[in-house]
Design a protein around this ligand. Sequence first.
Ligand code: SAH
Length: 219
Amino acid sequence: MLRKFEDTYQHKGLRKQLVQQLRDKGISDENVLNAINNIPRHFFLDSAFDKIAYEDRAFPIGEGQTISQPYTVAYQTQLLNVKPNEKVLEIGTGSVYQASVLAEIGARVFTIERQKKLYDKHRNFIFRNKYPNIKFFYGDGFEGLPTYAPFDKVIITAAAPFIPPKLINQMKTGGVMVIPLDEENVQRMLRITKLEDGSLKEEAFEQFSFVPMLQGKND
Ligand code: SAH
């Protein structure tokens, strides 16, 4: 049966409450909050999650993967400080929710997924026409996208075992990477800025819990 996508007043109301919760938790970037207010998160989930899609939780999206918690998406996007037209490389397309938040802010998004089954679903992505500024790639995020480099921003949405050197190479001078880096079972959110002399400035933030960033493709 074809699924009917409806964004009802009830969904919109729940979304407003979610945005308020994110504010209460310290998210203050109005571009990020607006994007979350505008995007029907329930469209990114199986219809079984319709009633709970606006709880501040991660949910399964198949293939053992998850859509990140809204707080995590907001937190990473705020740290990234995205401006319209910036080129952003995302590792871990998953449900396309994070990519949509970036696209809603006006970024040109290049997103990579290593799971073929998830990547194949992206062909039917409901907002393909609304967000022509999202480009989908099937591949290993550790390799990045040398053809499309350099990028203004890089966002990694899986638990990284180390800082991928090829992704650092693919950043512009002044470019920023937001990466959850492994720290014994949890990840520390880092913001890495590539300075004029090529050295890296590292800032450390809160701890989060992500699914692992894995090497190679999975078809
Ligand atoms: N940004 C996603 C979060 C998905 S969870 C969202 O908004 O829904 C993390 C995703 O990263 C998973 O889909 C997983 O398959 C993918 N992933 C893990 N390692 C990867 C790699 N090396 N390259 C590309 N994608 C990867």
